[in-house]
Design a binder for this molecule. Sequence first.
Ligand code: G
Ligand code: MN
Length: 384
Amino acid sequence: MDPTEPRISVLVVDDEPGIQRTLLTLFEMSGLEARAAGDGREALGLLESFAPDVIVSDISMPDLDGIRLLREVRRRDLDLPVVLVTGLPSVESAAHAVELGAHRYITKPFDHGELLATVKNAASIYRTARLQRKALSQLGLLAEGASDRAGLEARFGAALESVALYYQPIFPSAGGPPVGFEALLRTRSTDLPDVGALLDAAHRLGRVRDVGRRVRKLAPEPLLGRSELLFLNLCPEDLSDPDLFDRGTGLEGIAHRVVLEITERDRLEGVAAVTRVASELRARGYRIAVDDLGAGYSGLNNLATLRPEFVKIDMSLVRGVDADPVRQKLVRALCAVSHDLGSSVVGEGVETVPERDALVAMGVDLLQGFLLGRPEPWAPGRPG
Ligand code: G
Ligand code: MN
């Protein structure tokens, strides 16, 4: 690195004193400025007065772990590189790391040279991004004081205003008109062109609840005065939103026809809290579905803790089920358990006639998928 440039500074976050010391020594011996914190909360405190170029953090720590630290950092700075180091890699933590824009995800034991190179590279990318922004604002191409965060806020706000809901019908296995519709979010904004980009921005800005609120406001409208069920997807953030219980909303008015779908995709934080929210929702007339059962992240324990009225079998189990004895065994077993617990089973993502016939033969109660009906904007002539 150019000797005229300021030293690279690193914040090391690890609850193991041995690893903390190893990392501090590694960075200091290489001419970097390094500070350490014992967990995420201490790190956030340090960040009030110390502005590092890179954060190197452990994932599993007491109090505030590396993923939550990353989430908090993203609220303050969209670019600050965070390198996550873990001794217990999991698909779940890797997925969170990607979703929140971690710079890299490294497993222990790590190679010292590789970690050092990663940190130097991250610091130089970060500095370039900051210089670029400074140059743009000096050229008047970026509004005074505007940061990427402000830009993202603006794009997110516009995209949230322009969201549309599509409705996909859910049919009884025995045939006949749909018993309900799942409302699915779509964006029409070119800035954040798909739901993934919208939710990613929402996470970075700490505004996931705003997405849920918008959906709950828009979704019931076409179903008012009708008789079908409305299936709505909830994020874990929605479950802790006091606004979820707001009285007098369109949703509350048709609560007895609303099925709230809960998935573990974003990790259910605090099972006890989820169970409490579920029983409060039931007291208000809502029903609960466990979504995406059989997908990597949605576990059987949800059946036990939530006792859902509906179980939605993930499309990864439905795909090709007619030709796959293992999938057939799994679907049959899930149907048996669900029925035993008093839940109705929905087969999701049905695309072919043989898949449909196999699911019906195995005891699935309801069917959803492109074969039967695609998600579409609500049209007045909708079946039902
Ligand atoms: O996670 P959840 O089950 O809520 O996701 C529903 C998603 O699945 C929607 O985005 C919807 O468009 C999509 N979907 C619905 N039916 C089908 C299908 O038959 N095939 C595929 N590939 N996707 C589907
Ligand atoms: Mn769903």
